[in-house]
Design a binder for this molecule. Structure first.
Ligand code: TPP
Ligand code: MG
Length: 380
């Protein structure tokens, strides 16, 4: 008897290239004009998509304020350098427990969170360091939290998966896959009930979509018209299992049709596309109290967590996506649009590296929590 593919032991992806799952034979121009981007396997195709993105990215760059563009680039570079440092200090034994990095997905956090107002709310899963920083948390308090130190955002008690700040309207950092979808929906309900005008960005991975909570929450949000923007960060893997092996349907955004909810599929390598889709969803939420599901497709360049040996995908597959590195793509477009040059990029880079160095110094010097803290914030 043939077992379903998902029930068999996973083989690493074949080394040979297979053809595009797109299979539509569309021209580059047509893809650009329709803003339709699918998964690519061939490096040449990846490059073609990269160029297509540049064309549409250029258009939105030209419409955007220069100061904002610089801050977006800075946040992406800061996120990348911060996470690289996390990997380094993790290997030195300075961080205990799990540590999930965001490298490759920066355009999603930056493009969406920077489209919000300060008082809007964010909730996410355990891959949360960069999103916390973009929402306003200092790299110092995030890194000290990773170290389990008293200077961390929750005094060193949460660690990597539990960044949290009520003041910054950043509500975690959750380890139960999909758990935050229900909580985020409740936050949007509270905002509507109290008439605060806030909207909620609720992030989760594509593997969370197979949980019942996703379907229950979307149904409720559409039925009760809640100002919640559901962002599925589709990095194509849930630990070592590809979306292909775990989900019967390939389109996640279309799942919202079952609830008659607005939805969009977005290229998560393009920070401007993420920003624009989020702005449209914010308008829907703020003005019409309507929820939206955004499926934002990216790829994680690192393993699931720092302890992932990564033998379920090939080097070639990773390289293919690195061809479309969201930071490189953004820099190239900024340069082509003559907004910034190499000197500006060096400055941004230097500022980010210095910010990370300050964070390391702070976390190194921060004390461990006092013994008296052992029984505070403990519920039984
Ligand atoms: C309810 C539940 N089931 C299983 C796990 C173990 N687990 C941790 S991360 C993960 C994969 C989640 O993948 P995805 O939602 O795509 O997020 P990503 O890690 O790709 O960001 C699983 C199965 C868990 N934490 N919670
Ligand atoms: Mg995933």
């Amino acid at each position: 008897m043939d077992l379903p593919k998902s029930a068999t032991r996973q083989e690493p992806a074949a080394k040979t290239t297979k053809t595009s799952s797109n299979g539509t034979g569309k021209t580059l121009e047509k893809i650009v004009s329709e803003h339709e981007f699918t998964d690519f396997v061939e490096v040449e195709q990846a490059k073609a998509e990269f160029n297509a993105r540049r064309a549409s990215q250029l258009i939105s760059i030209k419409k955007t304020d220069k100061k904002l563009l610089r801050e977006m680039l800075y946040q992406m570079v800061l996120g990348r350098r911060f996470e690289e440092k996390c990997a380094e200090v993790y290997r030195m034994g300075k961080i205990g427990g799990f540590c999930h990095l965001y490298i490759g997905q920066e355009a999603i956090g930056v493009g969406s969170i920077m489209a919000l107002s300060r008082e809007d709310m964010v909730i996410t899963a355990y891959r949360d360091h960069v999103q916390a920083i973009v929402k306003g948390m200092t790299p110092e308090s995030v890194l000290a939290e990773l170290y389990g130190k008293a200077g961390g955002c929750v005094g060193g008690k949460g660690g990597s998966m539990h960044m949290f700040s009520k003041e910054l309207e950043f509500y975690g950092g959750h380890g139960i896959v999909g758990g935050q979808i229900g909580v985020g929906t409740g936050m949007a309900y509270a905002a509507k009930y109290k008439n605060t005008g806030q909207v909620v960005l609720c992030f989760f991975g594509e593997a969370a979509v197979n949980q019942g909570i996703f379907h229950e929450s979307l149904n409720m949000a559409q039925l009760w018209k809640l100002p919640c923007i559901y962002i599925c960060e589709n990095n194509q893997y849930g630990m070592g299992t590809s979306q292909e092996r775990a989900m019967s349907a390939s389109s996640i955004s279309k799942k919202a049709d079952a609830f008659e909810m607005a939805n969009e599929f977005v290229d998560g390598m393009d920070v401007m596309a993420v920003r624009e889709a989020t702005l449209r969803a914010i308008e829907r939420a703020r003005k019409g109290s309507q929820p939206t599901l955004l499926e934002i497709r990216a790829y994680r360049f690192m393993g699931h967590s720092m302890s992932d040996p990564g033998n379920y995908r090939t080097r070639e597959e990773i390289q293919k996506y690195q061809e479309r590195d969201p930071i490189v793509l953004f820099k190239d477009s900024l340069k082509e649009a003559k907004v910034f040059d190499n000197k500006d990029f060096e400055k941004v880079e230097q500022e980010a590296v210095e910010a990370v160095e300050r964070a390391v110094k702070f976390a190194d010097e921060s004390p461990f929590p006092d013994e008296s803290e052992l029984f505070t914030h403990v519920f039984a």
